[in-house]
Every structure is written in structure tokens, then in C-alpha cells.
Design a protein around this ligand. Structure first.
Ligand SMILES: [Zn+2]
Length: 453
């Protein structure tokens, strides 16, 4: 296991200028490698060599296969990371790229492009995209001993003539402690795995990838069981200390408003300028090519920028919420809801709030901090339909309040289902024992009469 520590760097104006140059160079190199990979992919369809290799692989003739691969390398058609890495480093280290970037960096960047291309060929991801100006923002070293590294006093990063001091004072108190601890660890051989520099706008930070586990922030004894209910627009959090509903990314609304505004303007402009692409009813005819005016292109660009901004902010807000939830949790219990089901019911707003992404990130984080995450399947544990007295009744989606005809309990629907998860989580075998559950829930809500909804 590894963990990551981020520390801001103090950068002077001339340092920034040089760093920007290097990042730009890295971006060009990345695009160059990617372009080369696409070319080789096209060649692959037309080259006999590749089909020969494919046919030979089944026959199991190793010697012949090796010869064929050698031939592939000689003709500069190999697509694996290692061959590309050697090709590019030997080719570029004495050129203008090598003047700005060291050979280790060239290797990692080449590797980065080759790896993402391989994932694309294996159908694990979509087609890799060329990076636009200013969007290649992370340069990472490959090994501990290389030009990009920490200096001897461990208070700065050195890289090809640059000296960038680490600025720990800008961190918050908890992160400061973590940073000091990590730097202390870095003195030991082999504890620091990689070091990278990340750029965001005018700011630069060092990213240290450390071996081992990050220290936990809250004592084990103070940790409690947390029940969650993921909704489309909010998350209900129930534990002994608090029962609240956290809104999902409320701050994204303003950006969404602007996106819709520009999308409407774009659609208006396209309709006006492409009358022959529309049928009598005003719907787009499939397959006809729409030409965008320069104004439409400007709008399209604006929408793309806003969408990127939105996705970044959403990630940030998700992380903030997850941190708040896992801070004190020893165990998190929630329903295993598939976002696919939600998609059918709620459509577009799913993409906008992205609760599926939230759950995926929560899983990652729980694994990282060794917090037990219990996902209850909705078939055996229909928490939204059950009352803690055992009465079961289906609710429609519009019904926002839990009202039980048996015991007369009236409560916010999401808080109630999160509380049910919380109560079930106390039983290690997750048995639905309603007597225990109702006594738990009653004692919880007696203590805190005001439930914020
Ligand atoms: Zn009831």
C-alpha cells in the first residue's frame, strides 16, 4: 500500500516560467507518443507481421515469435511501453526535449501514454485524448534516484537546476502534521516511492508517494458506526453523534444554469443556420451534417469549459463530503443501490449529481483507511419500505416522509432509512431483529429530539 502527501512549493516568477516551459514540453511529448501509437495501430491492420504473430501465438513456436517481435521493433512498429520508452529516450535525450526534460521524465511520460493506449486497446477505457495547451499538469519521477528528487535537507525539491523550497506553513494543522511525518519517513531508504510536481494554474505542489499506510486521524476508540442513505439529491447520515441530511453538491447549480443557457443558445443558432437538417416537425434528421457558425463554435467551447469546471468541482465536493463522513466512522452501513436503476427513474440529474461516482469513491476511501463498508442488498434489506416496528409498506418516490400506520412513527424518510441501516449495522451478522432495532432507534431519537431535515 502507498499513500500520497501533497506539499505546496514556493516558486519565484522565473521558476514558474521555466516550469511552465517544461510542462508544455511534457505535453508535446505525450501528444507525440500518442500520435505515434495511433499511427502504429493503423499500420497494424495493414502489416503482415502482426497477423503472422497472431497466427504463431497459437502454434506456440517461441523462437519464431521472438524473431517476429524483433523484426517489429526494428521496423518501429512495437506498441508496448518498454519498447516505446527506449525508442523515445534514446531518440530525444539529445534534442530540445532533452534540454528541458531529463531522460527519466521522458520515460515516465512515454510510459503514461503507452499505458493508457494499452488500456484503450484492451477496452478498459475510451479513446485517449490529445492534451490541449496547459492541460498536462503532472510530472512524476520514476525512481528514487533521479534528477527530480528531494534535496539533502529534505526541505525542497531539486530538478535540473531548479531549487523549489517546500512550503509547509501553507498547510492546515492536520495536514501539516502528516507532511512533517512523511518527510521524516523519507529519510529512510526506500520509503519514498515516487516524487512528482503538480501544477494547478499558477500554483505548484510536490506530490510524495510514500510506502506504507497513512496514519489515521481519529483514535480507534472514538470511532462509531455510521448509517447512510444515498439519495439522488442528498445523503442522510445517522450515527450516535449526529443525524443530518447533507445536500449533494448544491454549489453546482449556478454552473448548471449557465450550461443550460448556452446550450439553448447553441441549439437556437444551429437551427437557424441549418434549416435543411430539420424535418417538418422541427426534429433533427439523422445522419445529416450540421455546420456550426463561428458563434456556435464559441458557444460550444464555452459549454465544454463549464462542464470541465463542473466535473472538477463535483469531485472536490464529493471528497469534502466523504471526508466528513469517514472522519469518525469505524463501520459504514448503507444500501447497495445501483445507479443504473436511478438512471431509469431520474434521468439527467443523475449525471449532474453523480451518486454512483460518490459511492465508488467512498468504497476506495474506506479501503484506504481500513473502514468496514457494509452494502446491504435491497432484496433482503428493503430499508426504505420497512418500519422499525416490522411493518412493511411500499413508498412511492414522491413520499418524502415515513409514516407508519402500525406504530404511528412519523419521520423524514431518508433519515429513517439511514437509521435502519445504522441499527442493523450493530448486529455483526446483520439479522433483521426488529425488537433490537426499534429499541436502538428509539433511544437514538429520544436523545436528540430535533432532527434536522
Ligand atoms: Zn412502525
Amino acid at each position: 500500500m502507498t499513500y500520497v502527501v501533497k506539499i505546496p512549493l514556493t516558486v519565484t516568477e522565473s521558476d514558474r516560467h521555466r516550469l511552465d516551459k517544461r510542462f508544455e514540453m511534457a505535453r508535446k511529448l505525450y501528444n507525440r507518443v500518442l500520435g505515434e501509437l495511433f499511427r502504429r495501430e493503423r499500420c497494424r491492420k495493414n502489416t503482415r507481421l502482426w497477423s503472422d504473430i497472431k497466427n504463431n501465438a497459437a502454434s506456440g513456436n517461441k523462437q519464431l515469435n521472438n524473431d517476429l517481435y524483433k523484426e517489429l521493433k526494428l521496423r518501429r512498429l512495437a506498441m508496448d511501453g518498454f519498447s516505446l520508452q527506449t525508442e523515445f529516450t534514446s531518440g530525444l535525450s539529445k534534442t530540445w526535449v532533452g534540454y528541458h526534460l531529463d531522460s527519466q521524465c521522458i520515460q515516465t511520460i512515454t510510459r503514461h501514454a503507452a499505458d493508457s493506449f494499452k488500456e484503450y486497446l484492451d477496452k478498459k477505457r475510451g479513446r485517449p485524448k490529445f492534451k490541449r495547451h496547459g492541460t498536462y499538469n503532472l510530472i512524476r519521477s520514476q525512481r528514487w534516484k533521479n534528477p527530480l528528487t528531494l534535496n539533502k535537507n529534505l526541505d525542497g525539491v531539486v530538478w535540473l537546476g531548479l531549487e523549489l523550497p517546500l512550503d509547509i506553513s501553507r498547510l492546515s494543522d492536520t495536514r501539516k502534521e502528516g507532511a512533517v511525518r512523511a518527510l521524516e519517513e523519507a529519510k529512510k531508504e526506500g520509503q519514498l516511492r515516487y516524487i512528482g510536481i503538480h501544477r494547478s494554474g499558477r500554483f505548484f505542489e510536490a506530490i510524495l508517494t510514500m510506502k506504507g499506510d497513512a496514519e489515521k486521524r481519529v483514535d480507534a476508540e472514538k470511532r462509531v458506526i455510521v448509517g447512510l442513505d444515498l439519495g439522488v439529491r442528498d445523503v442522510a447520515v445517522v450515527s450516535e453523534d449526529e443525524q443530518v441530511k447533507l445536500k449533494f453538491c448544491e454549489e453546482l447549480k449556478n454552473i448548471e444554469k449557465n450550461i443550460i443557457k448556452y446550450q439553448k443558445a447553441l441549439s437556437r443558432s444551429d437551427r437557424l443556420n441549418n434549416p435543411d437538417c430539420l424535418d417538418e416537425k422541427g426534429a433533427w434528421i439523422k445522419g445529416k451534417r450540421v455546420t456550426h457558425t463561428s458563434n456556435a463554435l464559441r458557444l460550444k467551447n464555452k459549454i465544454a469549459v463549464l462542464k470541465r469546471k463542473q466535473s472538477q468541482q463535483r469531485k472536490h465536493l464529493h471528497n469534502y463530503m466523504i471526508n466528513r463522513i469517514i472522519e469518525k466512522a469505524s463501520k459504514i452501513v448503507t444500501e447497495d443501490v445501483s445507479s443504473k436503476e436511478w438512471q431509469e427513474e431520474f434521468g439527467k440529474s443523475i449525471n449532474y449529481f453523480a451518486p454512483g461516482m460518490f459511492l465508488a469513491e467512498l468504497k476506495n476511501r474506506c479501503q484506504q483507511y481500513e473502514i468496514e463498508l457494509v452494502l446491504l442488498n435491497t432484496y433482503d434489506y428493503p430499508m426504505t419500505q420497512l418500519c422499525h416496528c416490522g411493518h412493511r409498506q411500499k413508498k412511492t418516490l414522491r413520499q418524502r416522509v415515513h409514516e407508519c400506520p402500525e406504530c404511528g412513527c412519523v419521520m423524514d424518510r431518508d433519515i429513517h432509512s439511514a437509521a435502519m441501516c445504522w441499527a442493523v449495522g450493530h448486529d455483526n451478522k446483520l439479522v433483521l431483529d426488529f425488537e433490537k432495532i426499534s429499541s436502538k432507534i428509539n433511544s437514538l431519537f429520544e436523545k436528540s429530539i430535533s432532527v434536522s431535515a
